[in-house]
Design a protein around this ligand. Structure first.
Ligand SMILES: [Zn+2]
Length: 242
């Protein structure tokens, strides 16, 4: 019995050591994240304390853009501010791809706001594509990582070939509203074979002016999509319906 107890203790100690060895540092406060890996609701790169702050910021909402020839609804999980803003920035610009899991979990929260617009149709997630030059520089498409993680949880297929970014545009960051819309004009082209008569959900990290989502939707409709909805992790605080 005594030997058994020792072995049991040894296994427990080894388990704790392994957890510590592979534990991630919280991206917000740098403490060790000792989240239970079997907890499907756990954020992997954020500690329990910071997770509470993220959850407190979740306020799913939808915005509708009425543009010539089509209407687009974009559902998002939270405002782009505070801790969430730090995480999105780190995910997008610092190569911290583990955050795709955490941020996609917020996409899942916004999903219920996108679903009513899809009229029960079978859907495909289409991540907003990067131009090949930016994809080469960054090494990954953050929107694709988000779409794949959210698609895995929601069991929605992902199509990365449905849309192409055919115009290398300067970053939207720092541009005014009018310049953002002009910058994106003609930036995307849809693949008719993959979009004709399809219902798709465009996935991205942030919806700021709505220009990226609307231009991508315009290209998707032009290629034959019958229903297009947007889904993002965050939305700009000052966002207004067009
Ligand atoms: Zn933390």
């Amino acid at each position: 019995m005594r030997v058994k107890l020792c072995w049991l203790q040894l296994v427990q100690i080894l388990g704790m050591a392994t957890n510590l060895l592979f534990a991630e540092r919280c991206r917000l406060c740098s403490c060790l994240c000792l989240n239970n890996p079997d907890d499907t609701a756990a954020l992997r790169a954020v500690c329990l304390r910071c997770r509470a702050a993220i959850w407190a910021s979740v306020t799913p909402a939808q915005l509708t853009y009425c543009l010539p020839g089509y209407v687009l609804t974009v559902a998002s999980a939270a405002c782009y501010q505070g801790s969430l803003k730090k995480l999105v920035y780190r995910f997008k610009y610092d190569g911290d791809c583990l955050l795709a899991y955490d941020l996609a979990f917020l996409l899942v929260q916004a999903w219920v706001y996108a679903m009513p617009c899809l009229n029960g149709l079978p859907v495909v997630f289409v991540p907003i594509p990067l131009h090949v030059s930016r994809l080469a520089a960054r090494g990954y498409n953050h929107a694709e990582l988000l779409a794949r993680e959210a698609g895995r949880v929601l069991q929605v297929p992902v199509d990365t070939e449905a849309l192409r970014r055919v115009k290398a545009t300067p970053p939207q960051h720092g541009l005014g509203q009018a310049a953002r819309w002009a910058n994106l004009a003609g930036a995307f082209a849809g693949n008719h074979k993959r979009l004709a008569n399809k219902a798709i959900v465009l996935v991205d990290d942030i919806c700021t002016s709505g220009a990226t989502m609307c231009e991508a939707a315009r290209a998707a409709f032009a290629a034959g999509a019958t229903c297009v909805v947007g889904l993002t992790v965050a939305r700009a605080r000052t966002l207004k319906s067009q």
